[in-house]
Write a protein that binds this ligand. Structure first.
Ligand code: DX5
Ligand code: ZN
Length: 222
């Protein structure tokens, strides 16, 4: 039987002059997570927001938080991320963590869920020895740093490879995809075996945020 597809709207494309209104729409929608993109201007060529905004968003979101850290040395911030709430997943980039196993253990020791994110040029094979330790692998389907970019098609093959690895290991790690997700690309990702889709511009640039989330959510998975 097909699993339920999960949707994580990304706040990066929301109206930053009125974030509470957009978070309220996410709260009232069928979204499963709130995806929060932190960028440091070092790991990626852009700066988004930091703890003041994360705290404000966490304070009004009724959805679990999916925090995507596009920053160097993300382990420095584990205690501060932990303070954001009870239901938090902390996603760190493989490319930003030379001691990834240690970072994942440190995140899990706080009681948070842990995820590892792969850039488009990083092969799925790089998570072979960590996939059983994380709750989620996030496959980037654009180069991280900006919303509204074009979907990179090889992601479809990477989803299938990751699905095979997860099944071979007999684990329940979730597959999330981030970047260029819209009503055209989402069906392909769901069919390839993705569990969770992040969508920023497709949700917040649409005329009806709640309806667009409903349409994404109704797609059929593998
Ligand atoms: C990009 C971020 C994404 C971004 C996606 O670096 O990780 O979460 O918000 O934006 P869209 O859905 O517009 O590609
Ligand atoms: Zn993201």
């Amino acid at each position: 039987m097909a699993k339920e597809l999960k949707i994580a709207p990304s706040l990066l494309s929301a109206n930053f002059a009125n974030l509470s209104e957009d978070i309220d729409k996410i709260n009232r929608s069928e979204a499963d997570w709130l995806h929060l993109d932190v960028m440091d201007g070092v790991f990626v060529p852009n700066i988004s927001f930091g703890f003041p905004v994360l705290k404000a968003a966490a304070g009004i979101s009724t959805k679990p938080l999916d925090i995507h850290l596009m920053i160097v040395e993300p382990e420095k911030f584990i205690p501060q991320i932990r303070e954001l709430g009870e239901d938090v997943l902390m996603n760190v980039h493989y490319e930003a963590c030379p001691h990834l196993h240690r970072v994942i253990q440190e995140i899990k020791n706080t009681g948070m869920k842990a995820g590892v994110t792969l850039n488009p040029a990083t092969p799925v094979a790089m998570v072979t020895d960590i996939v059983e330790d994380v709750d989620m692998v996030l496959l980037m389907s654009v180069n991280p740093g900006f919303g509204g970019q074009k979907f990179i098609p090889h992601t479809i093959r990477k989803i299938a490879e990751l699905r095979e690895l997860i099944e071979r290991k007999g684990v329940h790690t979730l597959i999330e995809v981030d970047g260029g997700v819209n009503l055209q690309t989402a069906p392909l990702l769901a069919e390839a075996g993705a569990d969770i889709l992040v969508a920023g511009s497709a949700v917040f640039n649409s005329p009806d945020v709640i309806e667009t989330i409903r349409q994404l959510k109704s797609l059929k998975t593998l």
